[in-house]
Design a protein around this ligand. Sequence first.
Ligand code: F6P
Length: 322
Amino acid sequence: MKRIGVLTSGGDAPGMNAAIRAVVRCGVSHGLDIVGIRRGYCGILEEDFVKLGNRSVANTIHRGGTILETARCEEMKTEEGLRKANENLQREGLEGLVTIGGDGTLRGATKLAEAGNVKVISVPSTIDNDVYGTDYTIGFDTAINTALDAIDKIRDTAGSLQRPFFIEVMGRSRGFIALEVGIAGGAEDILIPEVETKIEQLSLDIKRCFERGKRSSIVIVAEGDDAGGALSIAHQVWERLKMEYRICVLGHVQRGGSPTARDRVLASKLGAAAVDALVRGMSGYMVGELKGEKAFTPLRETWEKRKELDADLLRLVKVLSG
Ligand code: F6P
């Protein structure tokens, strides 16, 4: 193998630059030519290629976002898009490809790998942590720490004015972010798509919380919760309790910022492992980390199989809200 490409696709996540850097520098150490593909799969279709060397990724390890930029590419989901992508990759002389991203990226990577024109290894990176085959995705640790910082600050004002607060976090259709920040932030309730939300019970919990002498009630709402977002849930609770409340939607703040040490290390390990795997002739796998060990999972399984939430953490929510 002489020439490989690297792209980031879908929602950006802190740590993507550290992963790109690892791919480039590990590739260079193997004597490979490295081609950066801008704006994910759209960049393949538009032939937006750029040669990368060790200096191109200098001073990037600490930066959020992605220096290659990213996109959600609808055309790549079509037969015609896939055909064109394969053609362009071939014309560029790329024998291997490292994709960095979440669910949508892994689906695209699966199709390219199955077409067989180019060897593909994927690196999981999304703040949502909803990828099967890895305990943590790159970006998740930074996102939960960013959200936690905000929640800690909200707790100060919530307690001072004795109000319930409904804080909405990202996570798409899964509750990984909500569960972790809820536990770490000492939330009184955590509402996630994986568990049915009962507004009556939630209202009762909030009421009892103040009756027990608590000065605030922090409710973390995952954006994909079945009862709606923080705004809708807060209103439904207000209809029952008539208690003044505030909401806060953390939104895209969770996606930005300098990656944590954990994310940088994970990204460095997985980026390098992806290149090593290509050099060994592997294709059609995602490289993740399970229980601290590198783990290769067939691409199709990463989005067809469902990653479960930590059942122990789920059980703790009620016990710890005291
Ligand atoms: O997948 C990452 C994510 O941030 C989700 O948590 C969120 O639902 C979505 O992307 C937001 O996407 P966009 O940036 O396109 O609004």
